[in-house]
Design a protein. Structure first.
Length: 103
């Protein structure tokens, strides 16, 4: 089966704090943290992170499923200013919407 028929292998998201977001998502979804570590500098640069910014990466997976993993990235450094009062994630093109169903 192709991914369109059988769900996604892995979804990638950028969040403010990968460790905290993954802890909350794993608890809510019954997932386990499979990997957590610092992001290699070249990968941080590829994502457009500020020079010298430390990146984190966390992968969470469901122990009973071969698909549906979630990989979260976050970058340290200075917080960027809001674009406007009441700013929303989609102002800068971001959105958080993952549709999941039990197997």
């Amino acid at each position: 089966m192709i991914a369109l028929d059988n769900g996604f292998q892995e979804v990638v998201g950028m969040v403010a704090d990968a460790d905290e977001a993954s802890r909350r998502l794993a608890g809510a979804l019954g997932y386990d943290i499979s990997y957590a570590g610092d992001l290699a500098a070249p990968l941080s640069a590829a994502w457009g992170a500020d020079q010298g910014a430390k990146g984190r990466e966390v992968l969470i997976v469901h122990r009973d499923m071969a698909r549906g993993a979630i990989r979260l990235f976050s970058f340290g450094g200075e917080h960027r200013a809001l674009m406007r009062d009441g700013a929303q994630p989609w102002d800068a093109g971001g959105i958080f919407d993952i549709n999941m169903r039990p197997g």
